[in-house]
Design a binder for this molecule. Structure first.
Ligand SMILES: *[C@@H]1O[C@H](CO)[C@@H](O)[C@H](O)[C@H]1NC(C)=O
Ligand SMILES: *[C@@H]1O[C@H](CO)[C@@H](O)[C@H](O)[C@H]1NC(C)=O
Length: 401
């Protein structure tokens, strides 16, 4: 009777009612702590990105969009269902642990063995291990190396911190997100520094120049990986380009790649804080490379069996059957990236070789463009194909531009 018949009125009323319903829901959700993943909080047109890292970097960047990944080639696995669960923080379970993606992949599930020990510690040194590793040359074993030298180094790696990369600080059920930063020219002008630093752990290697390149490569270093040979070569070759010392810092850990006896010898001296007693590095003071802290917890040793496993399964190069077979080994960057893939829950690779590598200089810190040269000691084409395939499989996120 007194009610209007105009359908428009009812439509408007309905609209007001539903809007206030939405508002009510919004207000009540503000007051309540969210038990589960947040939904609907992000915008639907968010660029394809690595959501967990994105969220962290974004909050630091106060709205700037640097954090997100605009590559159209990024696989669905990293874009995820839009606008859901985009915010996770340290200690929360992973949205997409790489081990799961690896187990579901028809090719990679047969390659990944997450039970392989990554690090070599004193506790693993047995007669059996000696017998097996002394059959193979370094970096895959100990052929021709003195048992005394190996044993005296390994006896110092006898604490539990030598068996694991992350130590007790690693959140038990959380998601460990790692960035591995290679030194490729693709990082010049990339402005990825904040994204890199937003990861829980950052791996760097060899001539990792940071000063002057913070915007592109970040500042955080959790792990520095090297062989004594590559570290000292980098200090010589890139000194003029700014690599005047290896990264140092209190929380920083060093990962020795045992490519030669000198790595075991230097490692022992580094833990003891005394000058190197023999070999090509005799007289070197490890503190000049690694800073004043000399303790077993500062230094990690990659397991030669792990290097064999990686080479056999992931980087079995045709170069191994040539005259250069004895020279060949995976690059330092490849070993660090594969180490991260076997220890972290999510891995982003920056500064690694991509299909358009020829567009960029060899290293990001060069002043004049220098082409990347493929030497016979590494198989960079094979490595490029591996990163591409791991990226496509959603196991790795490879920075590309
Ligand atoms: C490791 O070995 C050193 C020297 O042999 C010894 O002092 C130390 O107590 C050992 N630590 C552990 C955790 O066994
Ligand atoms: C680095 O990038 C700048 C532009 O961003 C370019 O002018 C320069 O040539 C690049 N350096 C090298 C060594 O490629």
């Amino acid at each position: 009777m007194g009610l209007p018949r105009d359908p428009l009125f009812w439509l408007l009323l309905l609209l007001v009612a539903s809007c206030s319903g939405i508002l009510l829901a919004l207000f009540s959700s503000v007051g309540k702590p969210h038990p589960g993943p947040r939904s609907g909080a992000s915008t639907a047109q968010e660029p394809v990105c690595f959501p967990d890292v994105c969220a962290v970097a974004k909050s630091q960047e106060a709205g700037q969009d640097l954090a997100c990944w605009r590559s159209t080639t990024a696989p669905q696995a990293f874009s995820g269902p839009k606008a859901t669960n985009a915010r996770t923080s340290k200690g929360q379970p992973c949205r997409r642990p790489l081990a799961l993606a690896a187990r579901r992949h028809p090719h990679f599930r047969d390659l990944f063995d997450f039970s392989q020990p990554v690090l070599l510690s004193g506790g693993l040194f047995t007669q059996e291990l000696w017998d097996s590793l002394s059959q193979r040359k370094a970096p895959y074993g100990w052929q021709g190396l003195s048992r005394q030298d190996i044993a005296s180094t390994l006896s110092l790696l006898n604490g539990s911190e030598s068996t694991q990369l992350f130590g007790p600080a690693r959140p038990r059920q959380g998601c460990v997100r790692c960035a591995v930063v290679g030194n490729g020219g693709i990082l010049n002008g990339s402005r990825q520094g904040l994204n890199i630093d937003a990861h829980d752990y950052v791996f760097r290697l060899n001539g990792a120049v940071i000063k002057g390149f913070e915007e592109d490569v970040g500042t955080k270093t959790s792990f520095y990986g090297f062989t004594v040979n590559t570290m000292k070569n980098s200090l010589i070759s890139y000194k003029k380009l700014g690599f005047t010392s290896v990264p140092q810092g209190q929380g920083l850990r060093y990962i020795f790649i045992p490519s030669d006896l000198r790595d075991y010898v230097m490692l022992r001296s580094a833990i003891l804080g005394e000058p190197v007693r023999k070999g090509p590095d005799e007289g070197d003071r490890p503190q000049t490379y690694f800073g004043p802290e000399a303790s077993a917890s500062k230094f990690k040793l990659l397991h030669p069996g792990f290097i064999s496993y990686l080479t056999e399964r992931f980087l079995k190069s045709k170069l191994m059957n040539t005259n250069f077979g004895d020279l060949y080994m995976p690059s330092t960057g490849a070993l660090m990236l594969l180490t991260a893939l076997h220890t972290c829950d999510q891995v982003s690779a920056y500064g690694f070789i991509t299909s358009n590598y020829w567009k960029f200089s060899d290293h990001y810190f060069e002043r004049i463009k220098k082409p990347l040269i493929f030497y016979a000691n590494h198989d960079l084409s094979l490595e490029a194909a591996l990163w591409r395939d791991l990226h496509a499989a959603g196991i790795l996120r490879l920075y590309q531009r």
